[in-house]
Design a protein around this ligand. Structure first.
Ligand SMILES: Nc1ncnc2c1ncn2[C@@H]1O[C@H](COP(=O)(O)OP(=O)(O)O)[C@@H](O)[C@H]1O
Ligand SMILES: [Mg+2]
Length: 266
């Protein structure tokens, strides 16, 4: 399905815009953006991912060649290129990407002196949002202006937490940023869910983290926990979500279960 076809059928239930946020790097944000989107597409939900990290891991995770892109989300954010012109098809049905390249790294500084600097992403997505059931924003590992833009554009956040030492470190700071944005820019911002990633059933540490996260967040934590799996980490080097690379893998099954939970919560 191309984006042109998607445009002909507006989302019926309204669009959920979910920012995938944790200022720590390497906790599974991009992996979750790519694979949750693929799973939502599999379940017939039209999904747009906005790659909002200059590292562009989501963009390359779908096999999009960054060298060949002439423009990316940066051009929309700072130079008024319409979002529609940036939307790329992917190998997954009903899944689309607004790509990012290293160009986006300049935005953090350029935004400082820009007009409406906190709501630029929200404004640029506005004309395309209704074409999708879900919009996922893959955030960079910081709480700078890019992340503030994501929080302003989203209606809720999904926080991935890695089942590792110091799992909850930094979460208070993140919740503080959310409160600040909620108070000043986006009154309706909510917490969509907390997702535990890279769970290793062989370690008691992983189980401890799950207990700790569940007691801190209660029902906000998803029932689905994403297991650590080599296939999940290999898939991006083939430019595809694990759901395409190895559909029966435990990671693929977990992301399908997560998508079902996400649809129920939406
Ligand atoms: N469930 C998983 N099993 C194995 N490796 C994973 C899993 N989730 C993420 N990874 C790997 O961990 C690293 C960090 O994940 P990534 O999604 O890029 O984190 P972030 O976007 O938060 O920086 C990547 O190399 C990724 O392939
Ligand atoms: Mg990332």
């Amino acid at each position: 399905m191309s984006y042109k076809e998607v445009q002909r059928s507006k989302s019926e239930k309204g669009t959920r815009v979910i920012a995938i946020i944790n200022q720590k790097g390497g906790v599974g944000k991009s992996t979750t953006a790519v694979n949750l989107a693929a799973a939502l597409g599999e379940l017939n939900r039209k999904t747009l991912i906005v790659d909002f990290d200059p590292q562009g891991n989501t963009t390359s995770g779908f096999g999009i060649d960054k060298e060949e892109l002439t423009q990316d989300v940066y051009n929309a954010l700072l130079h008024d290129v319409p979002a529609e012109e940036l939307i790329e098809d992917t190998i997954c049905k009903k899944v689309f990407v607004i790509p990012a390249t290293i160009q986006l790294a300049g935005a953090e500084i350029e935004l400082v002196s820009a007009m409406a600097r906190e709501t630029r992403l929200k404004d640029l997505l506005e004309p395309v949002i209704e074409d999708f059931d879900f919009v996922l924003i893959d955030c960079p590992p910081s709480l700078g202006l890019l992340t503030i833009n994501a929080l302003a554009a989203a209606d809720s956040v999904l926080i991935p937490i890695q089942c590792e030492y110091y799992a909850l470190e930094g979460v208070t700071k993140l919740l503080e940023s959310m409160r600040m944005v909620k108070g000043r820019i986006n009154r309706n911002l909510g917490t969509f869910g907390v997702l535990m990633t890279m769970f290793d059933s062989r370690t008691s540490l992983s189980r401890q983290v799950v207990d700790e996260v569940r007691s801190y967040f209660g029902n906000i934590a998803f029932k689905t926990v994403i297991p650590r799996s080599v296939k999940v980490s290999e898939a991006p080097s083939y430019g595809m979500p694990v759901l395409k690379y190895s559909p029966n893998n435990k990671g693929s099954r977990a992301y399908m279960n997560l998508a079902r939970e996400v649809i129920k919560r939406a």
